[in-house]
Design a protein around this ligand. Sequence first.
Ligand code: SF4
Length: 383
Amino acid sequence: MDLLNTLVDKGLRREVPTRDEALAVLATADDELLDVVAAAGKVRRTWFGRRVKLNYLVNLKSGLCPEDCSYCSQRLGSKAEILKYTWLKPDDASKAAAAGVAGGAKRVCLVASGRGPTDKDVDRVSETIATIKEQNEGVEVCACLGLLNDGQAERLRAAGADAYNHNLNTSEATYGDICTTHDFSDRVETVQQAQAAGMSACSGLIAGMGESDADLVDVVFALRELDPDSVPVNFLIPFEGTPLAKEWNLTPQRCLRILAMVRFVCPDVEVRLAGGREVHLRSLQPLALHLVNSIFLGDYLTSEGQAGKDDLAMIADAGFEVEGADTTTLPAHRRPTEDGADAVDAEPQAAPEAAVPAPAEEARRDLVAVRRRGAGTDLPPNA
Ligand code: SF4
């Protein structure tokens, strides 16, 4: 297939595909799916071998957010029966982080619900970062606290945060449909503040919110332009009690096409399979490992993932290996001390008619399980 040969060549040269090429990946037929996975897998293996980086989520503060992101179970007015609690104490957060590290995670992602941190919250999180780093040698810490005010990124960096996550989530054109309390440019600005402060930027998307193929391509191209080091790809978990509870638009095949498209557009970036993989990829999860080089271990912020030991078994069974703490995730040309992030520009081309995703016939609503263990509970975490 000419398209796939072209995309592999471009991926190996770190050259940006055209919009039409990215759209064409999303429009491939099921009969071509394994060819698409094999092609994107070649790009993945070129930059990341067969390594899978494990990341571990610790929800520092859960629920009761004043923002109205419609995909989120923690949003203003959410009726989802999730765990709700205020800031975890540094020692409790560190215990949760240690469970993830013991399970093989090299990065811990500290997340808090809310529009953004107050300066007092930054103090609190700084203390938590120090405690985690003291008790878990060599662990990478990523903070995800929402929109940042001036100076907060620098303070988090000084406290030891290696990375900052803030997702773009969807295209600029449709951002207003999923959230009215902040906008796309607020999110871009926060990612740029994190980069300017010397943190590794992590920014990704959520697929399955009713967006078109063109929207998906738009957000992935916006991410390429922003040039984060890691791109988490979430598949919407349609929580009962949220406005998107009825959005069951994804099939395992579509999820694989989306991941392949992200890999072709962001070839040498840590592409992370994030929330919703169990619910939407189901038994095809191992195929996704040919496309992504990073996953979350265990549970998500407010929902349960498969058992951590099943994640590890899946990686081994599929012939991949967990990335060790002594291995640097990114290829040499993307490491901060070396020069070389030389993305090649391509002329944007006119998009073909946007494809409307086919509704999933076999939606597995029964796979959405609210998290009732780990951080904020008396039960041991899943790692
Ligand atoms: S700001 Fe974060 S926690 Fe709040 S509703 Fe949006 S995604 Fe959820």
